[in-house]
Design a protein around this ligand. Structure first.
Ligand code: CMP
Length: 138
């Protein structure tokens, strides 16, 4: 269970042409791709996905941004996946992200920060199930 996480390449990174660069950092980081999809979130689906943040001041902006263009969703596998992936992507705010992280290289701002990574095993399950059926996992 602790060996899977969920990620999205967000609309800013897709629009900037960084799908390949980010997937390369993910696979070179030792993560195996279990499921992968090029898709988009409607405003309604983005609102559902980020429902835990509904009371936050940035919620509407987050929903607008996440539904502004296509994304890539993926389930990733590696020992210690949650913590190791959060280390690989770096801090939420790219200004605080360490050298060598995905957000240091590709993120523009705290809102448009290139990638998502699950923060717990429970959320990795919920988020993966939001996008993928059992038949789409390999
Ligand atoms: P993510 O990890 O995908 O999940 C919650 C998102 O909310 C987070 O990435 C950020 O992109 C976004 N977020 C967090 N804090 C702020 C903020 N202060 N302003 C705008 N967006 C934020």
């Amino acid at each position: 269970k602790t060996n899977r996480t969920f990620t999205m390449i967000k609309p800013d990174a897709v629009a900037a042409g960084n799908i390949g660069g980010i997937l390369d950092m993910i696979t070179k980081g030792g993560f195996k791709i279990v499921a992968l999809k090029y898709t988009a979130l409607s405003a309604e689906k983005a609102g559902l996905f980020y429902e835990v943040h509904k009371e936050r001041p940035f919620y509407q902006g987050l929903v607008d941004f996440m539904s502004s263009g296509p994304i890539v969703a993926a389930i990733l596998e590696k020992d210690n996946a949650i913590a190791d992936f959060r280390a690989l992507i770096g801090a939420t705010n790219p200004a605080d992200a360490a050298e060598g992280t995905i957000r240091k290289k590709y993120a523009k701002s705290i809102g448009e920060n290139a990638v998502h990574g699950s923060d717990s095993d429970e959320n990795a399950d919920i988020e993966g199930n939001f996008f993928f059926s059992a038949f789409e996992r390999f």
